[in-house]
Design a protein around this ligand. Structure first.
Ligand code: ZN
Length: 459
């Protein structure tokens, strides 16, 4: 990592720490100023925003139109505020990435979303934005109390995607330095190999996709993995109650959940009080909304979130839609005194909401949390509920002895019955591993219904 970036991140970290002590009114004042500057920049430099927000430039944020990933990609060249940047060049550059800290035009770091939900998105950061991205990830470590994060020698192991276009790989390439000895392992590697490498490295901090943190906890509890990290971070997937419990049993430490995505970088993470995740409201404005983009009250899961990335300049992101279903905590106050609001639940993405024929006619949707409730009682290292044309198939891996599949089928059928659906056939399959996606994630809930069927079910 270049000295220049280190200095920038350190300066930002100092500012971020000061904001942790702000009052709520001071935070809101900062937010509105930062939002104003972002909008001024977008209107002056992005031909797309000039058009997209025409007639709305003096309206409040909540009245602005919603930006989707499809729109970003469709209008890429006009949305980007540097007229020399062209989508075609960005795509060509992406194809040449080999896992180092390569820059487009000597200036921009490019990361891509996986495209697991439709078209993949490409996002650029200039050095200033990149420092903000790194500082936002570092805040998570800072809150957990991991030394000085970026600058102290903290042995860190990261088990996630190592695809060179993935943001976690870009961050890894950018911060790799003698100060942070980091072992990067691809979460798609065979579990035995991951266990072996972690054992050899003995990390002080372990960062992993939530399903992987759970699997590794099971390996530790079974005596096959022997590490003693002081800090465990779970990211990028739904972190179930059971997974959280098992991690704590395995290493005697409460894990820290992190909510982040390629476009905004860090969105929220847990503080030492573990009351939920504090939104990084000084960096990103996160609106929890229903399907019509109206705010959802705290205590209720939203349909999606809209993020406004206050530090975005190369690609201004204002009310950018992400399909995560999250819930604002009913009691927003945390004893830590940080001024940021809390979210106390992420139940997955809107794609994880399964639709079934309703007993009363028509269709009804079943929220991921319904499945989590039942599956959390299953002593398994991993699970996935998959909906196909012939019903539900539950995949289970690493099931502890003495567990009866029939009991699980009964409780699932009972739970679905209370949801008012015509209960579909349910079967259980024991598998060695839950299949992972191209970026090494293991979704808890999945639909294999044909696209036409999905359209009919999700009008
Ligand atoms: Zn707190």
């Amino acid at each position: 990592m270049s000295t220049q970036i280190i200095l920038r991140v350190l300066a930002l970290r100092h500012r971020l720490r000061q904001r942790d002590r702000w009052t709520r009114p001071r935070l809101e004042e900062h937010q509105s100023g930062a939002l104003h500057r972002l909008r001024e920049h977008a209107y002056a430099r992005s031909p797309f925003y000039g058009r997209f927000h025409r007639g709305f430039t003096d309206r409040p944020l909540e009245e602005l139109p919603v930006l989707t990933k499809e729109m970003v990609m469709e209008h890429f060249d006009e949305l980007v505020t540097d007229p020399t940047v062209r989508l075609a060049d960005v795509e060509a550059h992406l194809a040449t990435l080999s896992g180092g800290d390569e820059l487009l035009g000597g200036r921009y770091r490019v990361a891509s979303t996986s495209g697991s939900t439709g078209r993949r998105g490409l996002f650029l950061c200039d050095p200033g934005e990149w420092a903000a991205v790194l500082a936002s990830y570092n805040r998570t470590f800072d809150w957990a109390g991991v030394g000085a994060g970026l600058t102290h020698r903290t042995r860190m192991a990261v088990v996630s995607s190592t695809a060179p276009w993935h943001q976690s790989a870009r961050v890894g390439a950018s911060v790799s330095s003698p100060w942070v000895p980091t072992l990067r392992i691809d979460s798609g590697d065979p579990l035995e190999r991951i266990v072996e490498r972690l054992g050899g490295f003995q990390p002080r901090a372990l960062v992993a996709y939530a399903s992987m943190a759970h699997l590794l906890a099971e390996e530790q509890l079974a005596g096959r993995l022997r590490i003693s990290p002081d800090f465990v971070f779970a990211s990028s997937e739904v972190f179930t109650e059971q997974a959280r419990r098992r991690v704590e049993e395995a290493w005697g430490k409460k894990p820290f959940e992190v909510y982040a995505a390629t476009e905004p970088a860090g969105i929220a993470s847990e503080c030492e009080q573990h009351r939920g995740m504090h939104l990084f409201e000084d960096l990103v404005i996160t609106e929890v909304v229903d399907e019509n983009n109206r705010p959802v009250p705290s205590g209720v899961y939203g349909h999606k979130v809209l993020v406004t990335v206050l530090f975005s300049r190369t690609m201004p992101l204002i009310r950018y839609e992400m399909s995560d279903s999250v819930r604002l905590a009913s009691s927003p106050l945390c004893p830590c005194g940080r001024p940021y609001a809390l979210i106390d639940g992420i139940q997955g993405r809107v794609e994880d909401v399964l639709r079934f024929p309703a007993a009363s006619g028509g269709q009804t949707s079943v929220q991921p949390i319904v499945f989590h409730r039942v599956m959390d009682a299953v002593p398994a290292g991993g699970w996935q509920v998959a909906q196909g044309p012939e019903g539900l198939t539950v995949l289970l891996s690493g099931v502890r002895e003495g567990f009866a599949d029939a009991a699980l089928i009964d409780s699932l059928r009972r739970e679905l019955g209370t949801q008012g659906v015509i209960v579909p056939p349910v079967k259980v399959r024991r598998v060695p591993n839950i299949p992972r996606t191209t970026v090494g994630k293991a979704p808890l809930i999945k639909s294999y219904l044909p696209a036409s069927e999905m359209l009919r079910r999700n009008p």
